[in-house]
Design a protein. Structure first.
Length: 180
C-alpha cells in the first residue's frame, strides 16, 4: 500500500478530532484512489463499473467515517468497503457483453490486434471463471502488490489462508487458461 501505519494513524487522529470532515476523505481518496480503482477494475472487469465502485466506496467511507473505531488500519477498512461494493456491482450486472476496447492495448497492425484481443479474451474468461475469493486474492497480490499479511488484514482471514487461497487461485487460473 502506498501509505504506512504512520500515515494511517495521522488520518485516524484527524478523524478523531474533526469527525467526518471532507478534507480527511479527500486525503484518503488521494492516497488510495489508484490502488482502489485498480482492485475494483480487476473485480468488475469494466472501467465504467470500476469508476462507479470507486465513487460508491468513497461515499460509503464519507458516510461511515464518524463510526470508524480504529480497530483496523483506515486503508484496510477502505479496501473492505471497496471489495464489498465491487462484488455487489458485479452481482447486479447483466450477462456479459463483448470485451470492451478500453481493456485491450491497441497493437499496431490488424494481426497483432486480433491476437491481443483473443489473448485478452482468453485471460479475462479464465479470470472470470475463478471464484470471487480467488479473483480478489489474486488481484490484491499479483496486481496491487499487497503482501500476504496486508491481504489477511483486509479480508479478515488468517495469513495461512491467504497463502492457500492464492495457491488455489493460481492453480485454477492455470487450468482455466489451458482449457480455453
Amino acid at each position: 500500500m502506498t501509505d504506512g501505519p504512520a500515515e494511517d494513524q495521522n488520518l485516524a487522529t484527524r478523524i478523531a478530532t474533526v469527525r467526518g470532515r471532507a478534507d480527511v476523505v479527500r486525503d484518503l481518496f488521494l492516497a488510495h484512489r489508484q490502488r482502489v480503482f485498480a482492485l475494483c477494475l480487476h473485480i468488475t472487469g469494466r472501467r465504467a463499473e470500476a469508476e462507479d465502485v470507486l465513487q460508491e466506496a468513497f461515499l460509503a467511507v464519507h458516510r461511515g467515517l464518524s463510526g470508524f473505531r480504529g480497530q483496523s488500519r483506515l486503508s484496510t477498512w477502505l479496501y473492505r468497503i471497496a471489495i464489498r461494493t465491487a462484488f455487489a456491482v458485479r452481482a447486479r450486472r447483466k450477462p456479459s457483453a463483448p470485451l470492451p476496447d478500453d481493456l485491450i492495448d491497441a497493437a499496431p497492425g490488424p494481426d497483432r490486434l486480433a491476437g491481443a484481443r483473443q489473448q485478452a479474451a482468453r485471460l479475462l474468461g479464465a479470470f472470470d471463471a475463478l471464484s470471487a475469493d480467488q479473483r480478489t486474492i489474486l488481484s490484491m497480490f499479483a496486481v496491487d502488490g499487497l503482501r500476504h499479511g496486508e491481504i489477511a488484514e483486509i479480508l479478515g482471514i488468517a495469513e495461512g489462508t491467504v497463502w492457500s487461497r492464492l495457491h488455489a487461485a493460481r492453480r485454477a487460473l492455470a487450468c482455466a487458461t489451458e482449457t480455453l
